[in-house]
Design a protein around this ligand. Structure first.
Ligand SMILES: Nc1ncnc2c1ncn2[C@@H]1O[C@H](COP(=O)(O)OP(=O)(O)O)[C@@H](O)[C@H]1O
Ligand SMILES: [Mg+2]
Length: 235
């Protein structure tokens, strides 16, 4: 689904993330972990096309499984090709209502109402909040709205940057189970940046640990993975 090779990217001329190799297969959840400042968000931004690659390639499989080199493709074309990105920090249009936030993405696509209804079924907590400004929602509600909005595009690759960060514990469990359910439904790969090791390794089948912008460890999320991740994250 996604194949990243030797990717180096950063800000201005300063590389922040160097020589990253990352593979995500169809229907797979891959967790990226690492301390604050390790370069997780920067890596996601480059994959989505919000910052340019300084070196290396990013390839995305089309519906038929053929890989396209998207390294120089603008973000809107990556979204059209099936990527959806939920940035860190529960970002929504604060002055628009929940319904307007959803309609903004659904309008202009096929079956807009069905797309919104599918997400309201997935996130029933949003139903009574449809008329409320997104800025007045709790962090957990805003995160659910942000994920719902991304899913309205019916992506093949969902990219989530710390979806449970700074969210009240009862909603964390809901968001975690949504991610596990999404993966189980099939037809979707997930690139999940997650600091919470237990959940990351439960949801994902592969993990990558970044340290100072480089891959410190990479492997299967099965037995022994927690030890490898802890070791890779230790300074
Ligand atoms: N817009 C930016 N301009 C310059 N440097 C940045 C910018 N955003 C992040 N950085 C730097 O890049 C490094 C990695 O940051 P980031 O990718 O946000 O890490 P993480 O998501 O793992 O916490 C940090 O040293 C950070 O200060
Ligand atoms: Mg980050």
């Amino acid at each position: 689904m996604l194949r990243v090779r030797n990717l180096t990217c950063g800000y201005g001329r300063t590389p922040v993330v160097c020589d990253i190799d990352l593979d995500i297969e169809a229907d797979q959840v891959v967790a990226v972990m690492g301390h604050n400042g390790a370069g997780k968000t920067t890596l996601l931004r480059a994959i989505v096309g919000l910052i340019p690659a300084m070196n290396g390639t990013i390839e995305l499989a089309d519906d038929g499984g053929t890989y396209d080199n998207i390294t120089r493709r603008p973000t809107n074309k990556r979204i059209k090709a099936g990527m959806a990105y939920v940035p860190q920090g529960q970002q929504c249009f604060a002055h628009l209502t929940t319904a307007e936030n959803l309609r903004l993405v659904a309008d202009g696509r096929t079956r807009p109402k069905a797309r919104i209804d599918a997400q309201l079924d997935r996130f029933p907590a949003l139903q009574p909040l449809l008329g409320r400004q997104a800025g007045l929602l709790s962090g957990g509600q805003r995160q659910q709205l942000a994920i719902a909005r991304a899913l309205i595009t019916e992506p093949r690759l969902l990219i989530l940057d710390e979806p449970t960060e700074g969210i009240q514990p009862n909603v964390v469990a809901e968001i975690e189970s949504t991610i596990v359910d999404l993966a189980a439904e099939g037809g979707l790969s997930v690139l999940l940046v997650e600091q919470h090791l237990g959940f990351a390794l439960q949801a994902a089948s592969r993990f990558t640990v970044l340290r100072s912008g480089r891959v410190a460890s990479q492997g299967d999320a099965g037995a022994g993975a927690a030890g490898m991740v802890r070791e890779a994250m230790a300074i």
